[in-house]
Every structure is written in structure tokens, then in C-alpha cells.
Design a binder for this molecule. Structure first.
Ligand SMILES: NC(=O)c1ccc[n+]([C@@H]2O[C@H](COP(=O)([O-])OP(=O)(O)OC[C@H]3O[C@@H](n4cnc5c(N)ncnc54)[C@H](O)[C@@H]3O)[C@@H](O)[C@H]2O)c1
Ligand SMILES: [Zn+2]
Length: 350
């Protein structure tokens, strides 16, 4: 499989960036970082980026909102950025989504490049052109589609990432195997987590996601399979977003969502119980999950109604026909979601 030509797998990101800036010129450059990527990632690339303005925001999903966008737009405006300028996003999915959104809307759109520094951002968030921010407790509620000029991937960033963040990103790797590559799923299941070749798996995920996105860039059909685990996972993530004790990382929520939706796949599609068992066992081996409190079910279910895949009042879900093959636009109802969370709870209690 070939990579889209805007994605560059770097052995030495500094050299690749120098080459890029040698070939492309911009009137001004802004580099967006958060407090963590400023200290851990920016030093790896700082000298390779020509004269630039550094815009620092606070880290965390709770910053992915209009207020922070205003801060970024202010930074661009105060520094007189014009349409020929460039934004460089250095960070995880939050910076990629929000920095890209700010660039894509500033003066009706200026160019941006992504330097994704988390596993999640490398295998998922920085591919496919979805940009945006959260709004009123709803994830990625406001946004646009726009591709970065280039995406520079380098495994060097993984070394400073905390293990929970790495595991969170790995959920999307599992998802890509489940929806498109059953053989790869077998391979990862049989490899101890600590021995996985994460950069190799990044390439695999990028290939799968890019191919799907190329076929259906605006998510009219096939692209919806990338949402496997996300109808319920996103609702769980949103529901606990402001709860310090129960807050989950994106991938941790998606891991739960994949278990729930694999369960629904046995009811609504052709996934076998044997396959369900294999998926659940593997996911729970990597993500130590606690049961979902029954009193939270109602709130989580009502959040699934905001899912962008829905049409009217119907909840549409992407479910597995078998491991490696995913369908989309499968209708589920509140009762189905409730029963899938009950199923999840029985599994975490085992
Ligand atoms: N656009 C898409 O298609 C898409 C797909 C999946 C997820 N997302 C979005 O991505 C976001 C989650 O991304 P994320 O998990 O990368 O979160 P994140 O951007 O919040 O990064 C996680 C944490 O790691 C820190 N960090 C980043 N790189 C680091 C490094 N190399 N070393 C040390 N610390 C580092 C960050 O400061 C942050 O605290 C969500 O908002 C989600 O909605 C978007
Ligand atoms: Zn995701």
C-alpha cells in the first residue's frame, strides 16, 4: 500500500523540516505548542524551523474550545499574519485539531503543517483532514475538513510520552486492525504489548486510514467505519470529561466503546461470539477498565444522540461483520446501548 504524499515518515525530522522549508517559503510562521510539547518536543525541531512566533496554550482536552481559539487567532492577528503565512502544530490531537481549525478559518484559511507528537495523533488525528473543537460538552462539535500541507511523523516523540498516553493511542491501532486487517489483529494479539513495534504499527494505521479517507473524504459512506467504537466511546469520554475522578483518555474511552460495539456487532451483524471473546479478552488485557456506574447510563446514552453519524433521531453505528471487516449505518437504539454497557460491566467483573 502506498502513503499519501503529504505524510512523511522521518528518521530525522530536523532534516526533513529543513528540506521542507528550503522548498517552500512563507511570509510568517507561527508554531503552536502546549506546555508539555514546548518542553519535550519543540527542542527537537526548533532549529529546523525558520524565524517564527511561538504561541503557547495550556495542555489538555478541556482547552480544546473557542476561548483557546481566540487566543490563537489573537496571536496571529497581533503579529500581522497574512494569507501567505504558515501555522506549525506541534502536539497531540488537541493541538492538531484546534491549531488546524484556527489556521483553516483565519482569513478564510492559511496553510498549516502537523508535527504530531502522540501515538494517537500519529496514527489517527493528523490524518484525514478533520479539524475542530469541543463545544458545550460535545466532542468535536464545531469544525471543518481541511488537509495539512504536510504531516511529519517521527518515533522520537514517543520517548517522552507517558505510558497511559501511549496506550491511549494504541486503541486506534487496535481499531484499524479490527475494521480492516484481521491478520494484523492476530499478529498484535500474539505479541506482548511491550514488544510491539509502534512505529511500524503507525505506518500500518496510516495506510489503513489514508486508504479509507481517500475513498470517502467527507464521510458519506465507507469512512464511517473509522468510527467503530466511537459512538459509545465518545459519549463515555464526553460524559466523564469534567469529572476529575472518572475522566478517561480518548483511547481509554474508545477501548470501552469497542467492547460495547463488538457486543452489539454479535446482535446486529455477523460477528461471532468467539471473535467477540477474543476482542474483549485482548482489550481488557491492555486497558484495566472499571465498570460503568449504572446511574451514568442515562447521561451517556443521551450524549450518543449528538453523534455526527446520526440522521434525525436515529443512532447509526459502525459494527463488525467479523474481525477485519466493518459495516456502517447500522441502526441501534437506547436499549441496545444500555445492554452493551451492561455486557461491558459483566466482563470487567470477571
Ligand atoms: N481529527 C481526527 O481525525 C481525530 C482523530 C482522533 C482523535 N482526535 C482528537 O485528538 C485528541 C486526543 O489526542 P491526544 O491523545 O494526542 O491528546 P493531547 O493532544 O491532549 O495530548 C495528550 C497529552 O500528551 C502531551 N504530549 C503530547 N506529546 C507529547 C510528547 N511527545 N511527550 C510528552 N507529552 C506529550 C500533551 O501535552 C497532552 O498533555 C482528542 O481531542 C480527539 O478528539 C482527532
Ligand atoms: Zn478516536
Amino acid at each position: 500500500m502506498s502513503q499519501p504524499n503529504n505524510i512523511i515518515f522521518c528518521l530525522d525530522i530536523g532534516n526533513e523540516l529543513k528540506e521542507f522549508f528550503h522548498q517552500n517559503s512563507f511570509s510568517k510562521i507561527a508554531v503552536i505548542v502546549d506546555d508539555n510539547t514546548k518542553s519535550h518536543c519543540y527542542p527537537l525541531v526548533q532549529s529546523a524551523i525558520p524565524k517564527h512566533v511561538l504561541l503557547e496554550i495550556k495542555s489538555g482536552e478541556e482547552q480544546k474550545n473557542l476561548r483557546t481559539c481566540e487566543q490563537i487567532w489573537n496571536g496571529l492577528t497581533e503579529n500581522a499574519f497574512d494569507r501567505k503565512s504558515l501555522v506549525v502544530n506541534i502536539g497531540g490531537g488537541v493541538i492538531g485539531d484546534m491549531g488546524g481549525f484556527c489556521a483553516a478559518t483565519y482569513k478564510r484559511g492559511i496553510a498549516f503543517i502537523n508535527i504530531p507528537t502522540t501515538l494517537l495523533a500519529q496514527v489517527d488525528a493528523s490524518i484525514g483532514g478533520k479539524l475542530g473543537i469541543d463545544f458545550q460538552n460535545f466532542k468535536n462539535h464545531i469544525g471543518v475538513f481541511q488537509n495539512p500541507l504536510k504531516v511529519f511523523l517521527d518515533a522520537a516523540f514517543f520517548s517522552t510520552l507517558n505510558p497511559a498516553e501511549l496506550r491511549s493511542g494504541y486503541a486506534e491501532v487496535i481499531k484499524h486492525c479490527l475494521i480492516r486487517d484481521g491478520e494484523k489483529f492476530e499478529e498484535i494479539v500474539q505479541t506482548p504489548y511491550a514488544d510491539l513495534d509502534l512505529f511500524g504499527l503507525t505506518k500500518h494505521s496510516v495506510e489503513i486510514k489514508s486508504k479509507v479517507v481517500l475513498e470517502d473524504p467527507k464521510e458519506q459512506g465507507l469512512r464511517k467505519i473509522l468510527n467503530f467504537g466511537h459512538t459509545i466511546g465518545h459519549a463515555i469520554e464526553s460524559f466523564y470529561l469534567e469529572n476529575e475522578d472518572k475522566k478517561l483518555l480518548h483511547g481509554e474511552a474508545i477501548a470501552i466503546g469497542m467492547i460495547c460495539e463488538a457486543f452489539l456487532s454479535t446482535k446486529k451483524c455477523t460477528l461471532s461470539n468467539k471473535e467477540l471473546f477474543r476482542i474483549v479478552k485482548y482489550i481488557l488485557q491492555i486497558y484495566a477498565s472499571k465498570p460503568i456506574a449504572e446511574e451514568d447510563f442515562g447521561g451517556i446514552i443521551s450524549l450518543t444522540r449528538q453523534d455526527k453519524k446520526n440522521e434525525g433521531d436515529q443512532i447509526k453505528c459502525s459494527l463488525l461483520n467479523n474481525i477485519g471487516d466493518c459495516g456502517f449505518d447500522i441502526e441501534i437504539n437506547h436499549e441496545d446501548i444500555k445492554s452493551s454497557m451492561e455486557y461491558f460491566n459483566t466482563q470487567t467483573a470477571c
